[in-house]
Design a binder for this molecule. Structure first.
Ligand code: PBG
Length: 297
């Protein structure tokens, strides 16, 4: 179950484009996670909305950053739940890109600096580990980040923390509502220089294979619905644990249609989740997790 956490107290603010999902403050988040654990959902993945954003996304790797606080609070108060964190810079940078940006000397255009970004992501992953996270999930799509994160975790005694890599992450319009929820739309340009191109399936194989070589323990395909073939391809080709992210847009469009009375959310959602499972996913990240857990009992 993906969850959004922001600074403050007593906050449970519904995300307008994702009905039934909220931005929580740490205290209300802990209550939510307790309920999620009771429902038998095995894990949560946390996304942070920081107090302040800057060029280097400093709060992403601050010891008292929002995610670090949330991990500590959950670990202290809830047992029997796996805490996963999204490792990325986009929620923390003032430009909203997933990495460090620099100006190209020749063209004057801004570009992502892949290798500088690796340093920031490594620091972020390490700070999550120090706060007590169970699994880190890098979602930025920079080359070499799984290896860099594996190395820094191992060097610091966290060799047992697994990496769930967003390995085949497509540049998708289905992330629209999430960017609302995480307050992280890019302020200029788009993410096509680091996320994958929709028609390309061979690149998914290359990306997954690189991530496995660098030490990924679970590989993710994202989004799920328009990429069911990729889930099946990766499962068959690698025989590795595959996660599928049933993303915000896939959820919100069904919610909206349900609200209009055009289809029935429950049956449609279960059909979607079943399709993702049938395609070969071992793990599904979905905003329907709580609903599905209730529907299944
Ligand atoms: C990046 C990240 C995104 C999502 C998960 N991690 C947004 C993006 O890449 O633009 C999208 C999830 C969703 O749409 O539900 N930190």
């Amino acid at each position: 179950m993906p969850l959004f956490v922001r600074p403050g107290n007593g906050i449970k603010r519904e995300i307008s484009s994702m009905p039934g999902n909220y931005q929580f403050s740490v205290d209300t988040l802990v209550e939510e996670v307790k309920e999620i654990a009771t429902l038998g959902i095995p894990g949560v993945i946390l996304f942070g909305i920081p107090d302040s954003k800057d060029e280097l996304g400093t709060e992403a790797y601050a010891d008292d950053g929002i995610i670090q606080k949330a991990i500590r609070a959950i670990k202290k108060n809830v047992s029997d739940i796996l805490v996963i964190t999204d490792v990325c810079m986009c929620e923390y940078t003032n430009h909203g890109h997933c990495g460090y940006i620099k100006k190209d000397k020749k063209t004057g255009e801004y570009q992502i600096d892949n290798d500088e970004t690796l340093k920031l992501l490594s620091k972020e992953a390490l700070s999550h580990a120090e706060a007590g996270v169970d699994i880190v999930a890098p979602s930025d799509m920079m080359d070499g980040r799984v290896g860099a994160i594996r190395e820094i975790l191992d060097q610091n005694g966290y060799e047992n923390i697994p990496i769930m890599s967003y390995a085949a992450k497509y540049a998708s319009a289905f992330y629209g509502p999430f960017r609302d929820a995480a307050e992280s739309p890019p302020s200029f340009g788009d993410r096509r220089s680091y996320q994958m191109d929709t028609p390309n399936s061979e690149e998914a194989i290359r990306e997954v294979s690189l991530d496995i070589d660098e030490g990924a323990d679970i590989v993710m395909v994202k989004p799920a619905l328009p990429y069911l073939d990729i889930i099946r391809l990766i499962k068959d080709q690698f025989g590795y644990p595959v996660a599928a992210y049933n993303v915000s847009g896939e959820y919100s469009m069904v919610k909206a249609a349900h609200e209009k009375g055009w289809l029935d959310e429950k049956t449609v959602a279960m059909e979607i989740l079943m399709g993702i499972k049938r395609a070969g996913a071992d793990i599904i990240l979905t905003y329907w997790a709580k609903d599905a857990a209730r529907w299944l009992t």
